[in-house]
Ligand binder design. Sequence first.
Ligand SMILES: Nc1ncnc2c1ncn2[C@@H]1O[C@H](COP(=O)(O)OP(=O)(O)OP(=O)(O)O)[C@@H](O)[C@H]1O
Ligand SMILES: [Mg+2]
Length: 227
Amino acid sequence: MNALLITGTDTGVGKTWVGRALGRALSQAGRRVVAIKPVETGCADATSAGEDGALLAAATGQAEPLAALIRYDDEVAPAVAADAAGEPIDLDALMLRIEALSAGADALLIEGSGGLLTPIAWEWTIVDVARSLDAAALLVGSDRLGTINHAVMTLSALELAGLEVAGMVLTAPETPDASTGTNAASIARLAGLDRIVSLPRLADPALAGEALAPVIAWIDRVGSGAR
Ligand SMILES: Nc1ncnc2c1ncn2[C@@H]1O[C@H](COP(=O)(O)OP(=O)(O)OP(=O)(O)O)[C@@H](O)[C@H]1O
Ligand SMILES: [Mg+2]
């Protein structure tokens, strides 16, 4: 099974959007794909269709899970929300659930919360989840001013953590700035990463299939052990 961590340079940069597009494209290609948001914050008691976990599930058509595995009310980092709720997350229990839900899948997409080192608990991050799944990482960032620094820092952290980088997707911001269109080349030059795709602003992630074709090839490449 190919496991992929969809992480971001920041919150709100397009991780779910890219996950939905990838989930749909993989499932249309006949792959059994499961997309999971392990922890989501800012959730009301009842699951809404606009939550990340629900959007990912709708994109793949998976039977379960239909929402994030752990959901908190407060829209703060998961470790902070867990403290407020008095419900800390047990990493081993979380991993068992992810493994059970992805048993028999060809591809597992995991969407992190916020950026790479956002605390999910005070003792561990999504890096530990990815390591335990032997997942490669796909870094998502917004094609806007500030992203070069965030991307290079995140790519360094991924390297330090020993996680394989499948590639990077830059999503077009709602309002372009002078850097939009230039960031991919800068990140490639600084980080030595040649697998960067720029995604235009689209009405629906279902329209991104073609633009993300290289990303699927990168996922297959890391999954084949050709690292
Ligand atoms: N290529 C795109 N075309 C159109 N809209 C996009 C695109 N990429 C992202 N968006 C929009 O940008 C917003 C932020 O994207 P998204 O929710 O995927 O970010 P995220 O990184 O998953 O955020 P979070 O940290 O909250 O999980 C959303 O409203 C999403 O629909
Ligand atoms: Mg999201």
